[in-house]
Design a protein around this ligand. Structure first.
Ligand code: G3P
Ligand code: CA
Length: 296
């Protein structure tokens, strides 16, 4: 009796410990975010893609909620989480190489300092672009655009290429267009879209390579009073996508963009409520740090 009682006590303790996270809600971040039916290497995906086949689930700077932004780890994670596209930011090194980086300095996301355009590719490649996010990603490197294209060309992953501050990099449009052509990724429906906040740059891009769809990014600060019909009409001359800050989006804007035969991919979605509101408004996809938000 005594030994049965002891065993019973141990079993009770075990069950209590195992059940604790369920009763208290203390669960790892990836598990609390969603109620899932499919799981891939620890990051769980909920249900089915929204409006499967049409809705674009775009991972912002890769799956940047789970891996350091704009690194191969973040792009691999985006694909693993079934994103249709991943977004990345392109700039240029001092010696003329196209590199994938958001900020115009390396200070925030690497262990180095200085302007991207003042550093050579060798200097940029020597930096650790992962540790700032988590020790698990120590040693992640800043990728070149060519490395990313080579890795994902021919896979199901689409790539949304943002030209970041192209005014700092004269001729960058022609350089990106040349690289896409060299990699044979320049044909329409080649799963590549090019976008920028700099609309003059996008006009140039469209003239250089009309086979690649172009997107205009629309910031809240520049368009807080809304996008006028005149501006939308102007966009139709060269753009296929109007990609605004999500705070600017309602169903009326979505309809106005659709009436002009363009698509809308708002940025940057970081919670389910926001994703659901945008989906309800009829957007064509979302640009998100958390790809599971594009599933229901
Ligand atoms: O793709 C949209 C988004 O990337 C634009 O903002 O600052 O994250 O490059 P940002
Ligand atoms: Ca971007």
């Amino acid at each position: 009796m005594k030994s049965v009682g002891k065993t019973g006590f141990i079993l009770t303790c075990l069950v209590t410990v195992l059940a604790l996270p369920l009763t208290t809600g203390i669960l790892p971040q990836t598990a609390t975010a969603v109620n899932n039916s499919d799981s891939r290497e620890g990051t769980q995906i909920k249900g089915q893609p929204v409006n499967s086949g049409h809705f674009l689930n775009v991972a912002h700077r890769g799956a940047s909620g789970y891996a350091p932004e704009n690194t191969m780890a973040a792009f691999e994670k985006a694909v693993e989480m079934k994103s249709d596209y991943f977004e990345l930011d392109v700039q240029r090194s001092r010696d003329g190489k196209l590199v994938v980086m958001h900020d115009t300095t390396v200070d925030r996301t690497t262990d180095g300092t200085g302007q991207v355009r003042d550093l050579t590719l060798k200097q940029l490649k020597s930096l650790d672009a992962g540790s700032w996010f988590s020790p698990e990603f120590r040693g992640e490197r800043i990728p070149t655009l060519e490395e990313v294209l080579d890795r994902f060309r021919g896979t199901r992953a689409g790539i949304l290429i943002e030209l970041k501050s192209p005014e700092l990099y004269p001729g960058i449009e022609a350089q990106v267009a040349h690289l896409l052509k060299k990699k044979r990724m320049h044909k329409r429906h080649g799963k590549v879209i090019v976008q920028s906040f700099n609309h003059q740059s996008m006009k140039r891009y469209h003239r250089l390579q009309p086979t690649v769809p172009v997107g205009v990014l629309v910031s809240y600060t520049q368009y807080k009073d809304g996008i006028t019909d005149e501006e939308l009409k102007e966009f139709t001359a060269y753009a296929d996508y109007v990609n605004p800050n999500k705070a600017l989006v309602d169903s009326e804007l979505v309809d106005r963009i659709h009436r002009r035969n363009m698509k809308i991919l708002p940025y940057t979605v970081r919670n389910q409520e926001s994703a659901d509101q945008l989906i309800q408004a009829g957007v064509d996809g979302i640009i998100t740090d958390f790809p599971e938000l594009g599933y229901r």
